[in-house]
Design a protein around this ligand. Structure first.
Ligand code: NAD
Length: 540
């Protein structure tokens, strides 16, 4: 996956994108200077592929000022026109897919299969917004304070400028899953991509411009997280963060001090539950995808598998067999299942977790080796059993191609083990009884739980909210919830009868007695209506 071998990426392209980042860093009245550049490295070869500006706080200020100016006109643009821009952007992403796939692969080291999954997610999100945003953002009549005498209408105004801070593992998807709904809601967006993967974001900034997004409404500011992140949080009106739980706490603290709202999509060590009646071969194939997609560098990936005793031996055999079928590679073709890890730190983290677990008695069934013959940071898909439930591997997120498999006596024990974690992002349940699977899914404390699928059944349902319980974060992306986080609801109440105060012409005591009677009557009437609705099946 050397840059020069990329089949659809012209030699000068990354340099042009670096120039774009440099221009953005210098825009605005302050004409802020970017600091020294940050080298970007291709993980598959460890070669330097370019450099982008290390923006400072002044550059962030200038970018946010520019966005603030651009946002006022964007907010006045009808929602239908805003979604039309996003819809055109979806087409452009599809049209430029081969080049974007090359950019993604070269800066992340992921396999082309994983890159395709990531890329297709962007137009899918655009379609959801094109179909639903107008309905979600339109004015809504709500129940009146005094029915007949007053009305209550809610309108949704954009919060203003949204800061999006995204990670390196899915640089296109995880930037756009926040930026696009924010834009459609009438906000301007300043995106800070991870310093390791800025080029995908810069390529998308260009396509948004081509799609017709006015100048300044979406900007990418490159730089180091601890410099650009806090500067951005201090200037924007909302922050949508995706990254580690550790950084998420820092972001939340700063957002709290500024009294701005935030969504935090954080880490997890997700459980996968195999019930006794599961089809072991199909489950093993699905589990391999659930655990090793993007070489396990996926926030939704399963890291802990719990198998009910009666299925344990057969599942384990099938799972190890399927894992051993996976291929590692760093080519631009579709041959490899897994690509490289992102860098040396990530490789160290994976290796040390596996070594620690083995020293504490874990059994290695397959994998467990660094593969520098394939790429400097490649690591084999690894399956462990007998992992100490209190070990770091069992309790913390590894974020690599490593999974532990543990037998449990029954479904209740599997649910208890799955829930024994401070995290709660994603889980899956595998069974031939789908109804029972769905019932068990509702007992697992995670924001998304899939039955007979690893994560796509929920992540791909773009109309449904996605996010974490506990240490996995706050707020939700996708669905109406993913759009509404970027607006300020304003309720307008109109009285047809003048001010709702104690009337002058009736003695107060009479009025209070009448008001109590009306309230009691109203409560009785609504209770009766509720019961009736339940009886005729209109309400559960
Ligand atoms: P990270 O927290 O180190 O970095 C994420 C982003 O935060 C980067 O852009 C980084 O530059 C920025 N950042 C760093 N320090 C900052 C600071 N002080 N203030 C503001 N921003 C700062 O995370 P990472 O290691 O790059 O990403 C991997 C983590 O992300 C994993 O834990 C993974 O589970 C999580 N993740 C979660 C989801 C989800 O949807 N829940 C999705 C993908 C990744």
């Amino acid at each position: 996956m050397a840059l020069t071998d990329a089949p659809h990426l012209a030699a000068r392209r990354l340099a042009d994108l670096s120039d774009r980042a440099m221009r953005s860093a210098r825009t605005g009245e302050a004409n802020a200077a970017a600091g020294d550049g940050i080298d970007v490295v291709a993980p598959a070869t460890d070669e330097r592929i370019g450099s982008v500006p290390a923006c400072d706080a002044a550059a962030v200020d200038a970018a946010v000022d520019r966005s603030r100016t651009a946002q006022t006109a964007w907010e006045e643009t009808p929602v239908a026109e805003r979604t039309a821009v996003v819809d055109r952007f979806g087409d452009l992403v599809l049209g430029h897919r081969e080049e974007l796939l090359d950019v993604l692969q070269v800066e992340t080291g992921k396999s082309r299969r994983t890159a395709v999954e990531e890329l297709f997610d962007v137009p899918t999100g655009c379609s959801f917004l094109a179909n639903e945003a107008e309905a979600v953002l339109g004015p809504e009549r709500r129940r009146a304070a005094v029915p007949g005498a007053t009305t209550a209408t809610v309108t949704y105004d954009p919060v203003g400028v949204v800061g999006v801070i995204s990670p390196w593992n899915y640089p296109l998807t995880l930037s756009m899953a926040d930026a696009l709904p924010a834009l459609v809601a009438g906000n301007a967006v300043v995106l800070k991509p991870d310093e390791k993967t800025p080029y995908g974001a810069l390529a998308l900034e260009e396509l948004l411009e081509v799609a017709g997004l006015p100048d300044g409404v979406f900007q990418v500011v490159t730089g180091e997280g601890p410099t650009v992140g806090p500067a951005l949080i201090d200037r924007v009106d909302y922050v949508a963060f995706t990254g580690s739980t550790e950084t998420g706490r820092v972001v939340a603290e700063r957002a709290g001090r500024n009294l701005i709202d935030c969504s935090l999509e954080l880490g997890s060590n997700n459980p996968l539950v195999v019930l006794g009646d599961a089809d072991v071969d199909e489950t093993a194939r699905g589990a391999v995808q659930a655990c090793f997609s993007n070489a396990g560098q996926l926030c939704l990936a399963a890291e802990r598998i719990y198998v009910v005793d009666s299925a344990y031996d057969a599942f384990l055999e099938a799972f190890v067999r399927e894992t051993e079928r996976l291929s590692l590679g760093t080519g631009y073709d579709y041959d490899a299942d897994l690509g490289s890890l992102i860098d040396a730190d990530q490789l160290d983290r994976v290796e040390s977790r596996v070594d620690e677990a083995r020293e504490a008695g874990a059994t290695l069934l397959t994998g467990g080796s660094h593969r520098p013959d394939i790429g400097p940071f490649c690591y084999e898909p690894t399956v462990l059993t007998d992992v100490d439930p209190d070990s770091t591997l069992a309790r913390e997120e590894t974020f690599g191609p490593v999974v532990s498999v543990t037998p449990v006596p029954d479904a209740d024990a599997a649910v208890a083990a799955a829930n024994d974690s401070p995290y709660g992002l994603n889980a899956s349940v595998w069974t031939s009884d789908r109804a029972r699977g769905a019932a068990i899914a509702r007992e697992i404390d995670c924001g998304t739980v899939n039955v007979n699928d690893g994560f796509l059944a929920t992540w791909g349902a773009t109309d449904a909210p996605m996010g974490g319980f506990g240490d996995s974060g706050l707020g939700r992306r996708h669905g109406p919830e993913g759009i509404r986080r970027f607006v300020e609801p304003r309720t307008v109440g109109v009285s047809r009868v003048g001010p709702l105060a104690f009337p002058d012409r009736i003695p107060t005591e009479w009025f209070v007695r009448g008001a109590f009677a009306a309230i009691s009557l109203g409560r009785k009437a609504s209770r009766g209506a509720r019961r009736l609705k339940k009886r005729i099946g209109l309400q559960r």
